[in-house]
Design a protein around this ligand. Structure first.
Ligand code: FAD
Length: 106
């Protein structure tokens, strides 16, 4: 079976980075594809209980694919839900761009 921790780090890296570089004003096609990418995880993600809980969470709080800032925030909140479940620290969502796009200020 896959290493759930390593898979998780890699997947969050992919998702947060993709959100960080998602357009401010996505086209209808970009929105639809982002929605499909996120909706695929509950079906395909190779950690059964992760997939199930994530599926329930995105039903409760639908993905906001309207633009870069909203999507990054939505994803940060979803990641924080998982952090809470696992007893990890909450991440300050004001810092998503610093973490995943711009790097630390100098
Ligand atoms: P990770 O949680 O992987 O985070 C990686 C980096 O992201 C951190 O170092 C930090 O810099 C940054 N970060 C942290 N929080 C946020 C945030 N809120 N927003 C933006 N950046 C942030 N594991 C389980 O054991 N059970 C589960 O049910 C489970 N469900 C998961 C569901 C999904 C959709 C995904 C992608 C992963 C899931 N995982 C689950 C894996 C888990 O979330 C972690 O990836 C794994 O435990 C490794 O944790 P980590 O402490 O190395 O950091």
């Amino acid at each position: 079976p896959p290493d759930v921790e390593q898979l998780g780090r890699a997947t969050w890296t992919f998702l947060h980075t993709t959100a960080a570089y998602y357009p401010e004003k996505p086209s209808p096609s970009q929105r639809a594809n982002m929605l499909m990418l996120i909706s695929s995880l509950p079906v395909l993600y190779p950690c059964g209980w992760c997939a199930k809980d994530f599926g329930e969470n995105i039903q409760k709080t639908k993905p906001d694919v309207s633009g870069r800032v909203a999507l990054s925030r939505w994803l940060c909140n979803q990641h924080n839900e998982v952090n809470e479940k696992l007893g990890k620290e909450q991440f300050n969502c004001a810092k998503v761009d610093e973490r995943w796009k711009d790097g630390p200020p100098d």
